[in-house]
Design a binder for this molecule. Structure first.
Ligand SMILES: [Zn+2]
Ligand SMILES: [Zn+2]
Length: 388
């Protein structure tokens, strides 16, 4: 079975919702308009329960099947946009300066709403489909906030599934892999303290720019010389702030960056070596360093059985040869990982075709992916909740 017929009929409507979300992007937890639209639509579809305010601005809808059954599965979408100035020139371009749906969460939200509408209309399953709309995927750990607010236990969720669009993956294709699929992303913050001096008398100071530059260079030896070449790791310093003018050696410097890995033991190795390299290098030059190392999103780990199941559903929609079940892991991060730490499940990529990349000012979610992603959701729910 390719695209579900009823879903194909809903395409135009879902596309209108998507473009409306696109024109009205909101950041992090401040997704008040989006969450209100989602809750209002879920109610109008006749969901059995609609609960707003989970994890601050998250929304959950519960749809019970008409066959007897107790099982409940979670289907998750994200609602937040990014602080980017849009450059698409589209008729439904962002109406909010400096904010843009550049990660396709507008599409994710619209597709899951479409699935909810279909599932509430047909209810051809046993148990409950729980549709989850989370805030703050982009850096705010909205998934964790919803979990901490009782999402999993309150709705009795036994398995949980997520989906993200993927630029460069052809329209009509899916990609997934069992095990680690997306990286853990930790945050590095380094405050360097040296000794300010006149630029003409460097011997009287401790130059935090030189020390910072050495630290940045030394940090690159960690992935090159401490991580097993067959494993994956990233250490990137992305911010270096020091100095105000051309004739003063600055007393302070601040560096920030990210450390990424696909395995907890590699993550721990990065943390340990970053600490040693930063402190050792600072000491070598007589400076001192304060390191703040914060664990960010964990690794997205797809449970093998749920992954095989999700791949089967995807094949049913787009055909056997369009589902890659061995995509290489990516070093991007996703807070759906927090939900996968609570319950077995799987995260899948759906092709966005040849579009600009995620987080690019010219990116746009591909509306032609709507029937594909929505069909995936509805068949996933109907199959997982087929009953005995
Ligand atoms: Zn993103
Ligand atoms: Zn995203």
């Amino acid at each position: 079975m390719p695209i579900v017929n009823r879903v194909a009929n809903l395409h135009r409507e879902i596309k209108q919702w998507r473009q409306d979300f696109h024109a009205n992007p909101e950041l992090r937890y401040d997704v008040h308009r989006t969450a209100a639209v989602v809750a209002e639509k879920l109610k109008s579809f006749g969901c059995d329960e609609v609960v707003a305010g989970i994890g601050r601005t998250g929304v959950v809808g519960v749809i019970r099947g008409r066959k007897a059954g107790k099982k409940a599965i979670g289907l998750r979408a994200d609602m937040d946009a990014l602080p980017i100035e849009e450059e698409t020139g589209l008729p439904y371009q962002s109406t909010v300066p400096g904010k843009m749906h550049a990660c396709g969460h507008d599409g994710h939200t619209a597709m899951l709403l479409g699935a909810a509408k279909y599932l509430a209309e047909t209810r051809n399953f046993a148990g409950s489909a729980v549709v989850i709309f989370q805030p703050a995927e982009e850096g705010g750990a909205g998934a964790l906030a919803m979990v901490k607010d009782g999402l999993i236990t309150r709705f009795g969720i036994e398995e949980v599934y997520g989906m993200h669009n993927y630029p460069g993956l052809p329209l009509g294709a899916f990609a997934i892999r069992p095990g680690s699929m997306m990286a853990a992303a930790d945050h590095i913050e380094i405050d360097l303290q040296g000794k300010g001096a006149h630029a003409a008398r460097p011997h009287l100071g401790i130059d935090t720019i030189l020390v910072g530059a050495q630290i940045i260079t030394q940090l690159q030896s960690i992935v090159a010389r401490n991580v097993d070449p067959l494993e994956s790791g990233v250490v990137s310093i992305c911010m270096f702030q020091a100095g105000q003018t051309d004739n003063v050696i600055p007393q302070h410097a601040k560096l920030r960056g990210t450390a990424r890995s696909l395995k907890p033991e590699i993550g721990e190795l990065l943390r340990q070596r970053i600490g040693e390299v930063v402190e050792g290098t600072a000491r070598l030059y007589g400076a001192s360093a304060k390191i703040t190392y914060t664990n960010g999103y964990p690794v997205v780990v797809n449970q093998p059985r749920a992954t095989a199941f999700a791949a089967d559903v995807a094949r049913e929609i787009v055909g056997k040869d369009k589902v890659d079940t061995d995509i290489a892991p990516v070093m991007g991060a996703e807070d759906f990982a927090f939900m996968l730490q609570e319950r077995p499940g799987a995260f899948i990529f759906v092709g966005n075709g040849d579009s600009a990349g995620l987080h690019h000012p010219a990116y746009d979610f591909n509306d032609e992916a709507i029937p594909i992603g929505t069909s995936y959701w509805v068949r996933l729910a109907e199959t997982a909740l087929a009953g005995s």
